[in-house]
Design a protein around this ligand. Sequence first.
Ligand SMILES: [Mg+2]
Length: 214
Amino acid sequence: MSEIVDLAHVRLGDRPLAVCDVDDVVLEFLRPFERFLDSLGHRLVPRSYRLHGNIVSARDDSPLADALVSQLILDFFEAQESWQTPFGDAVTTLKRLGETADVVFLTAMPPRYTLMRRRLLDRLDLTFPLLATESPKGPVVRHMHADRPLPLAFIDDMAHNHVSVAESVPQCLLVHLMPESDMHRHAPKPGPHVVQARNWPEAEGHLLRHFSRR
Ligand SMILES: [Mg+2]
């Protein structure tokens, strides 16, 4: 795993660990991506929980080819500093959590956009370590936390990431947090082993209760 994800800059203390997704958990993704599409003459039609097949030309409603949609997602990551804004109370909540726990960002994004995301998070004073990978999140979390006898929590908007972490690190508290949108209404629901948070104050409550059990 270490050859896929470089953990060298992640230094963990003797305290709980919160591994936190970024897109649509710490930074808004879908809403700014829709604005980005609008600026290019495209439009998102939230018919299902996927981007491919659901982006059309604003001029004639014709669907964009999958290859173009994939390129638009990469273009958005490249330009993220001009578009993405904080999600809810993420900034104040994470800074508060960071006083008593280690926080690590684990973002599903091609690693070549790490520098842009790092600058954007730093601008928000979210200076926690950042890992970008397109490989499953569970093995990365297991590699990071190993056998440390300390509480561990994972926050993400995607059900499949919770499945991956549950398989790799069964003792981890899984917190599902996601935006409300027409597209997210189609999102797969996480299993009963995942706790739901409607917003960051609820997520913080779940984490603090879990962390106080050490
Ligand atoms: Mg996400």
